[in-house]
Design a binder for this molecule. Structure first.
Ligand code: NAG
Ligand code: NAG
Ligand code: NAG
Ligand code: NAG
Ligand code: NAG
Ligand code: NAG
Length: 756
């Protein structure tokens, strides 16, 4: 019996349910349904995109029968052929692709990441001494958070998606969220129910806020969605799904969670629709959405209409995501109510797809622990038959829920690393926890864990963590972190320099080793926050390690910056992090001078910050293609059909990373250190702050925070309203700029450390 069926059998027996009646509660039906030949071709084409003509050195074959015999677990086999090729066989396309990537890493020293590739593949291919067989202990390797769609992928075209799906396959991901284009279907459903276009326009948010519209947190903010959006997104979704399925992935589609347009209340006055309270710092102009009681007959109707249309347009792999209570308190904590709700949500899925499995984000349990006590959690998850809901233990590296709920009371769960909030730039990681956590969860008594996952709110940052976590999904035990990261550095830059390996070990021992419980990767640096006299400058690691890593990378910069894109990226990233610390030092000096009325000193420190550090940071970021505001904005504009739409999309793009709402409702949550943004947004704010402090000393008046906030809001609003263009290609020489910064500021950084 397979491992995943084994636990269910145990639980079912414990509940007195014979195994036979639940043959497909084992989740065995969640598997690629496309033929082996198609998957083989898809992997071969992936390798051609990745390796060009060297792809022909690999002989790929997908044999579905092979892996499944070993117990539903994905597996691959690697061997060398007589003619110096490498043969890879996987039971799915994903398994085969992951096999190739593990060979490329371990035998060829290669590397593929969001921030660049290192693909100098030796010729001929290094031989594999004896056949390698690997199987993943994790039935599912999940990817994405419902927010990733808004923070990272919202403006992607097909080539960018194609690259991401390749990355997923190489990293062994087989359960990706596929949320693109769902508004096209929702629109049809609501029109068919009798709503008109203005009803719908008052419902959908703009593109950059769809994640929160879908979860009922927001409505209409950043909207309305142009018709061309629906057309383009629906056609993008078809390509995405085709590609995912051809590689043997099992895409997760959306289902109805109960959030409806306000007009439903007029059209169906009998339906039990409640208006929810305001979400986060929004008022009811854009929040206080409407929730249809899942027990109402209309719920089943809408849920069915949606799934039927979706099935017709996009097909299905029998797994659906729905979050009814994300960051929102249910109407009642009565377990009877909660279990009736989840039963009803699930019934609307099975009414269309009898084999439906509900994938639910477990974020609500982390976010509102005062509401979600054991009886409430138990009621919600057990409202669905055992084995028909998979819970994402979303922030398991910090706040695992599976322990206190004894494996979600028998429902299968996936151990997820959330890692990133708001898609912020900033080095961060909890390496010890991700290295150990999934194995602890697997060995937990009567564990119902069926996989691991990556659930970041935003991607394209800290690539190292995602590579590590993906690799752990295929391992039977934790890695030696320092050894692992040394090899990572060597591969990433194609450099055997001891300095770069030492730099990465230091990073893993400090900034990537956050052990503070509940600490979120949210860049809280004063640099990216609205200035005030009460800013948080705390950090979780020993700064001297970061500065030493900075120095070690700098020592190699002359030779590696020209040869390695990934090195240039990391040189920028580590220098950026060091400058961010230096900004905190300057901030603290400035506030001290202010308190002591030292005008000259304050002006000097403010001058260095405003006229050197921040502009130099902007120069540095602008010199590297992965840190450009221009790319984010131009991608947004490129999604539009006409100028008016382009302006709306640019407004969305600018607002999300700054004010996040009309009035700074979730101010700077999605902050980014990007070339262009540092100069035209953060530096402008700091300029106003420093000049306000100077004026206060000059006129002998105290700093008034509220007045300052009103004034600085005008600066922030002006940035969002601006349509200034920014380069979409890097400007300047990274090595030159990084060296200038190092020479100017490293001694001072180290000096500040001694002083502290
Ligand atoms: C949609 O219906 C509402 C009333 O429910 C009406 O006020 C509005 O003008 C209609 N909009 C359109 C575009 O017909
Ligand atoms: C809601 O919108 C109205 C009309 O635009 C505006 O007058 C009002 O101030 C807004 N309410 C809040 C609380 O911002
Ligand atoms: C309507 O729905 C709310 C929230 O789901 C629930 O508390 C209430 O009891 C329902 N009312 C009726 C009449 O079913
Ligand atoms: C595991 O499940 C078995 C069978 O239901 C039960 O007897 C045992 O007590 C459980 N162990 C723990 C630690 O919960
Ligand atoms: C991370 O920190 C913990 C606690 O201080 C320590 O035990 C562990 O060895 C550190 N890990 C690394 C990779 O340095
Ligand atoms: C930080 O690291 C440096 C260098 O290893 C060490 O000398 C210093 O004591 C550490 N500081 C703290 C607070 O642990």
């Amino acid at each position: 019996m397979t491992r995943c069926c084994h636990f269910l059998a145990i639980t079912l027996l414990a509940l007195g349910i014979p195994e036979a009646i639940s043959s497909w509660t084992s989740l065995a039906h969640l598997r690629p349904r496309i033929d082996d030949g198609v998957q083989t071709r898809a992997v071969t084409e992936l390798l051609r995109r990745l390796l060009g003509e060297r792809a022909s050195d690999f002989v790929v074959s997908v044999d579905g029968a092979q892996g499944w015999a070993e117990g539903d677990l994905d597996s691959y086999e690697l061997s060398s052929t007589k003619d110096d090729k490498v043969s890879v066989t996987g039971n799915t396309g994903v398994a085969a692709a992951n096999g190739v990537y593990s060979y490329l890493k371990e035998f060829c020293g290669c590397h593929v990441s969001w921030s660049g590739d290192q693909l100098r593949v030796p010729r001929p291919l290094p031989r594999i001494p004896e056949v390698i067989k690997v199987s993943s202990p994790n039935r599912f390797r999940y990817y994405q958070n419902v927010c990733t769609q808004s923070y990272s992928t919202v403006w992607w075209d097909w080539p960018r998606w194609e690259r991401e799906i390749d990355w997923m396959a190489l990293n062994g991901i087989n359960l990706p969220l596929a949320f693109t284009g769902q508004e096209a279907i929702w629109q049809e459903v609501y029109l068919s129910l009798g709503l008109n276009q203005s009803d719908i326009d008052a419902f959908f948010t703009g593109p950059a806020f769809l994640a929160w519209g879908r979860m009922g947190n927001l409505h209409s903010w950043g909207g309305p969605l142009p018709q061309s959006w629906h057309v383009k997104q629906a056609s993008l979704q078809k390509k995405i799904l085709d590609r995912m399925r051809s590689l043997g992935m099992i895409p997760v589609l959306p289902a109805f969670a109960g959030h409806v347009p306000a007009a439903i209340t007029k059209l169906f006055p009998q339906a039990n629709v409640t208006q929810l309270g305001p979400w986060s710092h929004f008022d009811c102009n854009y929040s206080c959405s409407y929730l249809l009681d899942p027990r109402d007959p209309l719920f089943l109707n809408i849920g069915k209409l949606f799934l039927k249309q979706q099935l017709q347009k996009f097909g299905t792999d029998h797994i659906y995501s729905a979050d009814t209570f994300n960051e929102m308190i249910p109407a009642s904590s009565d377990p009877v109510y909660l279990s009736a709700v989840s039963k009803a949500v699930f019934s609307s899925m099975t009414a269309v797809d009898p084999q439906a499995v509900w994938l639910m984000q477990g974020w609500l349990f982390v976010h509102q622990p005062d509401f979600w006590k054991p009886p409430q959690i138990k009621a919600l998850v057990l409202g669905v038959p055992l084995g028909r809901m998979i819970v994402l233990d979303l922030f398991a590296e910090s706040t695992p829920i599976y322990i206190s709920t004894k494996s979600f009371y028998g429902q299968p769960f996936i151990w997820c690393m959330l890692h990133n909030f708001g898609g912020n730039t900033g080095l961060f990681g909890t390496v010890e926890s991700i290295n150990q956590g999934p194995f602890d969860a697997l060995h937990f008594p009567n564990s119902t864990m069926v996989g691991t996952g990556l659930a970041p709110e935003g991607i394209e940052q800290n690539a190292v963590l995602y590579e590590l976590m993906s690799e752990l999904a295929w391992r039977k035990e934790p890695v030696n972190l320092l050894k692992w990261v040394s090899a990572y550095a060597t591969r990433r830059y194609a450099s055997s320099s001891e300095n770069v390996a030492a730099a990465w070990r230091l990073l893993f021992q400090s900034i990537y080793n956050c052990t503070i419980p509940f600490y979120r990767n949210h860049n809280r640096s004063p640099l990216v926050r609205r200035p005030s006299l009460r800013m948080d400058t705390n950090i979780w690691y020993n700064r001297s390690h970061l500065y030493e890593a900075w120095r070690l990378l700098y020592l190699e910069a002359k030779s590696l910056a020209s040869s390695s894109e990934t090195f240039r990226h990391d040189l920028v990233d580590v220098t950026r992090e060091a400058l961010q610390l230096l900004v905190s030092d300057y901030y603290q000096e400035i506030t001290t001078y202010f308190a002591n009325h030292q005008l000259t000193e304050l002006m000097t420190a403010g001058g260095v910050l405003l006229y050197d550090i921040l502009p130099e940071l902007d120069n540095l970021l602008s010199s590297e293609g992965h840190f450009l505001l221009g790319v984010w904005l131009e991608r947004a504009r490129a999604m539009a059909l006409e100028e008016k739409e382009a302006d709306l999309y640019e407004f969305n793009a600018r607002n999300q990373i700054t004010l996040w709402g009309p009035s700074g409702n979730i101010l700077d949550y999605a902050n980014k250190e990007w070339g262009g943004l540092v100069m035209d947004y953060y530096t402008q704010r700091w300029g106003l702050f420093v000049s306000t402090l100077i004026e206060c000393i000059d006129q002998g008046v105290p700093f008034k925070e509220e007045a300052f906030n009103r004034a600085v809001f005008q600066v922030e609003k002006a940035f969002v309203a601006s349509r200034r263009k920014y380069p979409v290609e890097p400007v300047g020489d990274t090595y030159e700029i990084a060296s200038r910064i190092f020479v100017k500021y490293y001694p001072q950084a180290v000096w500040n450390l001694r002083k502290a």
